[in-house]
Write a protein that binds this ligand. Structure first.
Ligand code: SF4
Length: 487
């Protein structure tokens, strides 16, 4: 028995800034029922994707998948998790960087290699998808969706290798780009990280059983111990023989996404042994050293700007204060055709504390500026609340180039910093001063060699060469397709 089930619904979702790109969680625990453990692991990874969630389990014989659109807690309930019986499984939370937000694109995806079924969950973005899709089509292989994950599954399915492990390995040698992948077979889990290590992936242990997850915060929630990071280019196989590891692909240069450290990974997660809150705190300290200004209070744009704002306050000795109350219960913002209604989006999420702001010279810290429209509204809210001065500080350098490695962050021409100087952006935002953290300051805050990270969205130095036929507007096209097809 191999089944995928879940009700089909639709939604309209409009990203306002940079959005994350999927979380994966897998566990091998003989004698235990793993679906609930995966459910909690996925909840800890909810920040990495809010469009759909799914769990695939195996009882050693059959693979069963349940997935649907929505948050993890919306997708799963007491009734639909009961049939997910198995001691081995993988889960996924999705934000669609490629492919529409529809049920059939949600993950894990089911596949069949010869007579052996498997399920696959992917975090990342392939850059040679067009070439591989064309090759599959030329072989007469039909692909139903536009997702990377279906393509990876299809490459495994069509492999002529003798067994599924070899088929997976052969597939990995063909795909290029960013991928932290989990593959579930009826009796094994494969964890694979691309040779650049764009996306995080960690190994944990729970009562002697292995877990693989996108971030350490997913280990914490189920009381698992952190063992180590899965290395770039490594494949890990977990089954009844224990854990086996192989360096599958040569690593020329690791290039972990630096935005994982700036914003994506949860502040309580660890990357390269460093706590993300601490790293962001140091970014704020560096920002204060680089761009000091006289003011009465430092506030953050919650939650992503908070660690850096506290760091800025610590280094500048200017008191930190809560300047905004964030409404944490806004799951989605619906597309609004009328400008006045669209303006509600930011107000719904953030409301300034007027008594804190009134009459003060305020430093407001955020992690990044994409188009600038949200920052402009936030600054206007601060002036409307009575701020005497507003100084904006950004704990990352100006965003100039699009990401092709799994982060949905607009197109080149939509980045405000791509066509405006910092002074022009300051004028557009209508703010007293505006400063960004330099790349050097960012590297100092991270405390590691710059060469280990991808900084492409800041400096255009893409670690994996982008094929000529990828257009800068590709993401925008996909987003419009998504919006119109769901509207
Ligand atoms: S381009 Fe930017 S967002 Fe994309 S992987 Fe590189 S650092 Fe991360």
């Amino acid at each position: 028995m191999n089944r995928e089930y879940g009700k089909i619904n639709s939604s309209i979702f409009l990203p306002e800034s940079i959005v994350e790109e999927c979380g994966v969680f897998g566990i091998y625990a003989p004698g235990r029922r793993v679906s609930e453990i995966i459910f909690y692991g996925l909840q800890a990874l909810q920040h990495r994707g809010q469009e759909s969630a799914g769990i695939a389990v195996s009882d050693g014989e059959d693979i069963l998948i349940f997935k649907d659109l929505g948050l993890v807690a919306q997708v799963f309930n007491e009734r639909n998790i009961v049939p997910l019986v198995g001691h081995i499984g993988i889960g996924h939370t999705r934000y669609s960087t490629r492919g529409q937000n529809i049920w059939k694109n949600s993950q894990p995806i089911y596949g069949m290699f010869k007579n052996e079924s498997f399920a696959i969950a992917h975090n990342g973005n392939l850059i040679n998808i067009e070439q591989l899709r064309n090759e599959q089509k030329a072989k007469g292989i039909k692909l139903e969706t536009t997702t990377d994950t279906e393509l990876i599954a299809s490459l495994i399915e069509s492999s002529e290798s003798d067994n599924i492990e070899e088929a997976i390995k052969e597939t990995i040698t063909k795909i290029k780009g960013s991928y932290s992948l989990l593959v579930l077979t009826k009796n094994s889990i494969f964890g694979i990280r691309d040779p650049h290590g764009f996306r995080p992936m960690v190994l944990g242990s729970l009562d002697g059983n292995y877990i693989i997850a996108s971030e350490t915060c997913a280990l914490d929630i189920v009381d698992a111990e952190f063992v180590r990071e899965i290395d770039p280019g490594e494949i890990v196989v977990i089954n009844e023989s224990g854990l086996r590891s192989q360096m599958l692909l040569p690593v020329e240069r690791t290039s972990m996404c630096v935005f994982e450290l700036i914003y994506f990974a949860r502040p309580d997660s660890y990357i390269h042994g460093k706590n993300m809150f601490d790293v962001r705190h140091r970014m704020g300290q560096e920002l204060a050293k680089e761009s000091p200004v006289d003011a009465d209070i430092v506030i953050s744009v919650p939650d992503s700007g908070t660690p850096a704002a506290i760091g800025y306050s610590a280094a500048s000795k200017i008191p930190y204060a809560e300047g905004f109350i964030k409404n944490r219960y806004i799951g989605r913002t619906f597309i609004q055709p009328v400008q006045e209604v669209r303006e509600i989006g930011v107000k719904l999420k953030l409301n300034p504390l007027k008594d804190i702001i009134r009459g003060k010279r305020v430093i407001v810290v955020d992690d990044s500026i994409v188009r600038g429209n949200t920052s402009k509204k936030i600054i206007r809210m601060l002036y409307n609340a009575g701020a005497k001065e507003v100084h904006m500080r950004i704990s990352s350098p100006p965003l100039l180039y699009p990401c092709y490695y799994g982060i949905d962050m607009a197109t080149k021409k939509e980045f405000i910093a791509n066509h405006k100087t910092v002074e022009d952006i300051r004028k557009f935002l209508n703010v007293d001063s505006l400063k960004y953290l330099s790349i050097e300051g960012l590297v100092k805050a991270i405390g590691e060699s710059k060469d280990k990270f991808c900084f492409a969205c800041f400096n255009g130095d893409y670690p994996v060469q982008i094929p000529e036929n990828i257009e800068y507007d590709k993401h925008s096209f996909d987003r419009e397709a998504k919006i119109s097809s769901n509207a």
